[in-house]
Design a protein around this ligand. Structure first.
Ligand code: KIV
Ligand code: ZN
Length: 554
């Protein structure tokens, strides 16, 4: 890298906007959306989609609610042409969906594009030519005037052929490609020259698409460019101003959002941001960003996992694990403090959700709104705390560890996970809990436990095995556990008290009916938790006492 980059690179010049309105505006409604997955996205694939993949993705886009879909570049290849014909001849597009096609300002290409559109019901013909100084100089070797000539000639060729599409509703779209790298005054001039040919009106608007073909500046600069055009172009009310951002500086979403504040009406982009280089605008993110502010995005992503699966299968691309909303890890917390906060937030939401707005720490939206699950929220690895461990045991197995027991078991589980050096499943966690508490049968093991009540007192008689040798116990108290505690003391085996107790039924899938949790405090001051499972709740609690004693003697 250069030590003095200014010798090679220069700052982007500011846009001549004396007063800007966009910083003090907020977004209040969804824009018109246009998916360019099947054209811009497809052009960027190492292996472009075949016709059946394009058809599947097209149906998926329709299902998401897109009403405008750029279906291809029909003059570019036979596949593109055939795809367009199949959509039209097999009437694949619902009545309210516009099929958009892209074409350069060349007569043969325009002719072929019109051939591909015969029989279409609703179509958008999208003409583009590139306008930035670098494109004018390096690619075309043309003056600004000649570049305007190319656009005007293309606009005329399209206008002359419109009668070939009688019976169809047609909208016209022009893009000064590389708009964001173009002087705003020149972008206005060339766009107005095209408007002069197409003569849009407020009733029959044309789409003026202003592409951030290559992101060369910060998103506020793109917003300035959009606001400048919206304020200076003639007949603004005859135009639908459209945004088409790419993501070279990783701010495609921001540029679109600020561009909407700056007055644009329409947004072009792709699912999950597939597109040339760093990608097109990611429409899923912009739409769900609106949704998380309570704005109906007019697109539906009810089953995000299924959408991701279709997208990945059709395009061969993969959605990054940390992609907003759709990424595998987005609703997953690894850190213990995050897990704890999420658990508390979800509990509060479960109790009071109907009365308030979503405000769960670390989760921007409710994963279930987009078909994802709370189950995905917490996974356990060595960075996790007791909250995550407890959450998984409870959500997967209905094991409701008392708070203090969570504090005891959390570090035990953490040590084990640390030793394994990987994430662990809920089943593995349950296994750890069972080994540590439920299956603790040494030195003490239960053989039998019987009780009888007399005059309000409970007497117990129990046979235990200590290191395999039978030991008889009997004791008395105001309940079975008190009798057991007394029995241990009376036999001179161990003095302790029970300091905490809870129990609950286990889920139906478990063979055993109940689980009991017991904390004992020994005469020497040691405190330990134990847990026991049995179809009989009394025996479950006796087992829990023995588990606690066994752990205290380990
Ligand atoms: O990025 C771009 O400029 C384009 C145009 C053809 C709209 O894809
Ligand atoms: Zn593009």
């Amino acid at each position: 890298m250069l030590t003095e980059p200014s010798t090679k690179y220069k700052a982007f010049p500011p846009v001549p906007l004396a007063v800007r309105q966009w910083p003090s505006r907020t977004l209040v409604r969804a824009p018109i959306w246009c998916s360019v997955d099947l054209r811009d996205g497809n052009q960027a694939l190492a292996i472009p989609m075949n016709v059946s993949q394009k058809l599947e993705l097209f149906q998926t886009l329709v299902k998401c609610g897109f009403k405008e879909i750029e279906v291809g570049f029909p003059s570019a290849s036979n596949t593109e042409f055939t795809f367009n014909r199949r959509l039209i001849e097999e009437r694949r597009a619902p009545e309210d969906v516009w099929l958009q096609v892209l074409v350069q300002a060349r007569e043969d290409l325009i002719e072929r594009t019109f051939d591909s559109l015969v029989g279409a019901k609703k179509t958008i013909i999208h003409l583009y030519n590139s306008t930035s100084p670098a494109q004018r100089r390096v690619v075309f070797g043309m003056s600004p005037k000649e570049i305007i000539g190319v656009a005007v000639r293309g606009a005329r060729l399209i206008k002359e052929r419109l009668q070939r599409l009688k019976g169809a509703e047609v909208m016209l779209q022009y893009s000064p490609e590389s708009f964001s790298g173009t002087e705003v005054e020149f972008a206005k001039e060339i766009s107005e020259a095209v408007m002069d040919v197409w003569q849009p009106t407020p009733e029959r608007k044309m789409i003026l698409n202003l592409p951030d073909t290559v992101e060369v500046a910060m998103p506020n600069v793109y917003a300035d460019q959009i606001e400048w055009i919206c304020s200076n172009i003639k007949n603004r009310d005859s135009l639908i101003i459209s945004l088409h951002t790419h993501n070279d500086r990783c701010t495609g979403v921001a540029a679109t959002e600020l561009g909407l504040l700056a007055g644009a009406d329409r947004v072009e982009g792709t699912l999950f941001g597939n597109g040339e280089r760093t990608g097109n605008l990611d429409i899923v993110t912009v739409a769900l960003n609106l949704y998380m502010h309570g704005i109906d995005p007019k697109l539906r992503f009810d089953d995000m996992n299924a959408l991701r699966e279709v997208y990945e299968r059709c395009t061969g691309m993969s959605v990054p694990l940390r992609h907003p909303y759709a990424g595998e890890l987005v609703f997953t917390a690894f850190s213990g403090s995050h897990q704890d906060a999420i658990k508390k937030g979800l509990n509060e939401w479960a109790k009071n959700g109907r009365d308030r707005h979503w405000d769960v720490p670390y989760l921007t939206i409710d994963p279930t709104d987009i078909g994802r699950e709370y189950r995905e929220v917490i996974r356990v690895n060595s960075q996790s705390g007791k909250g995550g461990v407890a959450y998984l045991l409870e959500s997967e197995y209905g094991i409701e560890l008392p708070k203090e027991l969570q504090r005891e078991f959390g570090p035990i589980a953490n040590d084990e996970v640390d030793r394994l050096g990987r994430e662990v499943s809920a089943a593995e966690l349950k296994g750890m809990f069972w080994r540590e508490y439920i299956e603790r049968t040494a030195p003490w093991q239960l053989q039998s436990f019987e009780t009888e009540s007399r005059n309000g007192a409970v007497r117990c008689r129990s046979t235990l095995l200590r290191d395999g040798q039978p030991v008889q116990l009997s004791g008395e108290g105001n309940g079975p556990l008190a009798a057991l505690v007394h029995g241990f003391g009376a036999a001179g085996l161990l003095r302790f008290e029970i300091t905490a107790y809870s129990e609950h039924a286990l889920s139906a899938s478990e063979e055993a009916a109940a689980i009991a949790y017991i904390q004992i405090k020994r005469a020497d001051g040691q405190s330990r938790w134990g847990a026991g499972v049995d179809t009989n709740i009394e025996l479950a609690s006796v087992r829990a006492v023995l588990s606690a004693i066994n752990r205290s003697e380990a």
